[in-house]
Design a binder for this molecule. Sequence first.
Ligand code: HEM
Ligand code: MTE
Ligand code: MO
Length: 410
Amino acid sequence: MRDPSRLPTSPGFWRSPLRGTWFTSVLGLVLLVGITVLFVTGLVSYAAYNPDLSPVNDMTPDKGVLGFYLFAWPSGPVWLYRFTQGLHVTLGVTLVPVLLAKLWSVVPKLFTLPPARSVTHALERISLLLLVGGGLFEFTTGVLNVQLDYVFPGSFYPLHFYGAWVFFAAFLAHAALKTPTALRAVRHRVRDESELAAPCPDAPTVSRRGALGLVGGGSLLLFLTTVGQSLGGPFRRTALLAPHGTADPGGGPNGFQINKTAAYAGVTAADTHEDNWRLVVTGRTGTVRLSRARLLQLPLHSASLPIACVEGWSTADQWWHGVRLRDLAALVGYDGDPPDVLVESLQSHGAFRRAALRANQVADGRSLLALYVNGEELSPDHGHPARIIVPAAPGVLNTKWVARLTFGDL
Ligand code: HEM
Ligand SMILES: Nc1nc2c(c(=O)[nH]1)N[C@H]1C(S)=C(S)[C@@H](COP(=O)(O)O)O[C@H]1N2
Ligand SMILES: [Mo]
């Protein structure tokens, strides 16, 4: 028998007996559901930042019409962002083996020659380039951001956001073309009528079902070693693939995950000392400066709320104690309906040193300028002497080491 070819552009080069419409279709249908959920939860996460409220919240200021769907992020249920973003990150990590297997299953198609037989064929191949490139790009940027802690400082959000739209457009076109084939193949167990089936296959070393089992097993393993970071509490220890919380929070009331430490933020003990620290609150009736002692004379309230980071990790509910944001708004002339607020921290550099909260978040009685957590003073790394905590909001909006609150319509 003559060796058909040694070049990947020849169909004979590809020998795996696993390739065929059925195998590709099963993986494709899993991606169809999974990637749709990823796209929706991703857009939801962007909306949760309230980027249309103030430029300080917006990580992708050039979004233009892509911001058409933005809405006022609600302040309940308290676990809302914990759920949507935990789902986004956990599902993204879990789908990695499925994506890689899907690409492997169609790789002969990427090499076919001539590159384009007609204009239509050329357009189709360009859309496949955007699909494959976009898919790899979105999964890579997502995983790098979660795993490597801002490898691209400041620029991750626009890359991942614009990339998502390009990828999803190509994905929709592909899904529209292939879903009928995929459903037929899975229903009638069609196997090898496709060009994907190797013309001279090697002897099988694993069945197609066995190969799917391996992919599923890989996904399950990734799921089990990731999901704990979104459950928090004792489950965090099972999140072997979650390198975050490298600053050891220790035990006790402040013993939950830390994002950026006080040292990282350049916030010193002198800055936060009672003698030096004042909370500056500005509003309709002017500015008041409150010492910690003065703050403690205001009515104190409690709320059980989680911290849920964009990176996918979250904590179980912590018990926060402090001054309600709406009471602080009332101090500067907003009785009744409080407006938006711009929150600024002592931190002088870094993306998350300030954030804007919407009126609906300020009005929620569970939104606090917290001074205590779980019955103890905030530790330096959790934002001593005072931090924001808002129900259902992404961690980014829970500014630590607060120095200044400016109430008014933003
Ligand atoms: C990240 C997502 C995806 C990527 C990167 C991807 C990539 C590809 C590529 C490059 C091809 C070969 C080009 C062609 O035959 O026209 C292909 C074929 C195919 N895809 Fe996808 N795909 C994805 C998602 C999906 C989804 C969601 C479905 C199901 C609705 C699907 C079902 C199929 C089917 C049925 C084929 C043809 C198989 C055959 O020719 O026998 N794919 N895919
Ligand atoms: N000033 C300031 N506040 C901040 C941040 C920051 O970098 N600087 N990080 C935010 C992010 S991204 C998260 S997830 C939460 C984490 O809070 P924790 O470290 O107390 O768990 O703090 C938020 N508050
Ligand atoms: Mo975060």
